[in-house]
Design a protein around this ligand. Structure first.
Ligand SMILES: NC(=O)c1ccc[n+]([C@@H]2O[C@H](COP(=O)([O-])OP(=O)(O)OC[C@H]3O[C@@H](n4cnc5c(N)ncnc54)[C@H](OP(=O)(O)O)[C@@H]3O)[C@@H](O)[C@H]2O)c1
Length: 406
């Protein structure tokens, strides 16, 4: 909702933030942002007239010309959730990032939730530290599934595949199976997760880490999530998915399918969200260093200004708003070069989507993440990344941020 007033408030906040930061790094944007404020944020986009029709909690929202259904938590106050799930036991299987966030939110909402994890694992200890009590609401996986009516499979995706032969026979008629990713059932030829034909199978996939699911809930807000139905036996699967989505801490729930959720998710994290952006940072930094720029300059012009100044402006009000907040010099070059980057990168993104759709990415993920030494192997890769010059330079740059230096 980019009302001009909000835009100018956001921009003032950005300017306040920028003015308290290292001037050499931020000047270009700071000066331009200040001018934009002075100009009454003329360049900021107008409030999107978001025409939506609402029928009890379901909004049909016009997203740039395409109408989509969005559910909101306003229709599921706590009392209604308690009533709706009064006969249910929610069995949270797995207590990693999502299990922790969703499980604690369900518990704080007052629902009857139990956690199921293996007794010798790290999650068992973590769950106890979070106040789950063995024998009361903390059990091993089999016991939790046998007690649960709604089985929330939040094991890692590789573990969902590995444990499926033991889990499947326990998913008897009347239970509901819940996922936070379409991975296991969609790629069933690879994962072997073929769901029983006589139970509801639903999905709520928060669009963020489990830590954010928890933090936003505690702040009284909700995370955006995808919601989908894979199998509707009772005729109530969608309603149940939406109610669960709200109960685990979602604010808005965007309707999708299991297939679309898993394709877009695997594609996005390999692309702009993580892999693509890391590749682009590295390429830009390396060229700057090869052309004689110092590590601090290369880092500031590649990562620091992006993450601390420009990307938040895109997040607040869009790309045009960020462009408008920068100098005409920056704007001219950026608009021109964006076309070349798009044309160069689009074939790579097409390859990536194919690789997701044809299961190559799933196979790679299953093979790698099922290895007994996968944690050590990841740690080695994380250490290698942390030791790259760019990220070591970044550590030094961060130490000079106002909040870290006296
Ligand atoms: N993380 C995210 O940001 C995110 C966001 C949206 C959706 N999702 C989805 O949410 C689901 C859970 O993801 P997550 O990131 O929360 O998972 P995770 O942090 O990787 O959680 C792993 C859990 O699986 C258990 N586990 C691993 N191997 C096991 C095995 N062989 N047998 C029994 N338990 C095993 C772990 O227990 P131990 O401690 O005992 O090893 C831990 O409780 C996935 O479908 C994921 O795609 C994740």
């Amino acid at each position: 909702m980019a009302a001009p007033r909000c835009a100018s408030k956001a921009l003032r906040a950005s300017v306040r933030q920028l003015s308290s930061q290292a001037p050499a790094v931020q000047r270009r944007t700071f000066v331009a942002a200040t001018s934009a404020v002075r100009a009454g944020v003329k360049a900021a986009p107008k409030a999107a007239a978001t025409p939506f029709q609402q029928t009890r909690g379901l909004k049909t929202v016009d997203f740039a010309g395409t109408k989509e259904d969005v559910y909101e938590r306003a229709d599921w106050p706590r009392e209604k959730l308690l009533e709706y799930f009064k006969n249910d036991t929610l069995a949270m299987i797995g207590y990693g990032s999502q299990g922790h966030g969703q499980g604690l939110n369900l518990r704080d909402n007052g629902l009857n939730v139990i956690v199921g994890v293996r007794k010798d694992g790290a999650s068992w200890k973590e769950a106890q530290q979070d106040g789950w009590v063995p024998g009361k609401n903390l059990f091993d996986v089999d016991e939790a599934i046998s007690r649960g009516t709604i089985i929330m499979n939040l094991l890692s995706d590789a573990a969902q595949s590995e444990t499926w032969p033991k889990i499947k026979p326990q998913l008897t008629k009347g239970k509901t199976l819940y996922f936070s990713h379409g991975f296991s059932p969609v790629f069933k030829d690879l994962t072997k997760v073929d769901v029983p034909k006589d139970i509801d199978v639903i999905l709520v996939a928060p669009k963020g880490s489990g830590r954010t699911v928890r933090t936003l809930f505690r702040e009284g807000r909700g995370i955006n999530s995808s919601v989908a139905v894979y199998q509707d036996i009772t005729g109530k699967a969608e309603e149940k998915a939406v109610a669960l989505g709200v109960a685990v801490g979602s604010g808005y729930l965007y309707k999708t399918t299991f297939e679309k959720e898993v394709y877009s998710d695997l594609y996005g994290e390999r692309g702009c969200l993580m892999g693509g952006i890391h590749g682009m940072f590295l390429a830009q930094y390396e060229v700057l260093r090869e052309r004689g720029h110092s590590p601090s300059e290369a880092f500031n012009e590649t990562v620091e200004e992006a993450t601390q100044s420009l990307y938040p402006l895109i997040g607040q009000n869009g790309m045009d708003y960020m462009y408008a907040a920068c100098s005409t010099t920056a704007r001219r070059g950026a608009i021109d070069w964006s076309k070349r980057f798009k044309d160069t990168l689009k074939p790579v993104f097409k390859d990536l989507y194919d690789s997701v759709e044809n299961g190559t990415e799933t196979k790679r993920s299953l093979d790698y993440n099922s290895r007994p030494d996968y944690r050590e192997l990841y740690q080695k890769e994380m250490d290698e990344i942390a030791n790259l010059e760019i990220w070591r330079a970044g550590k030094a740059v961060r130490s000079l941020r106002p909040e870290n230096s006296k």
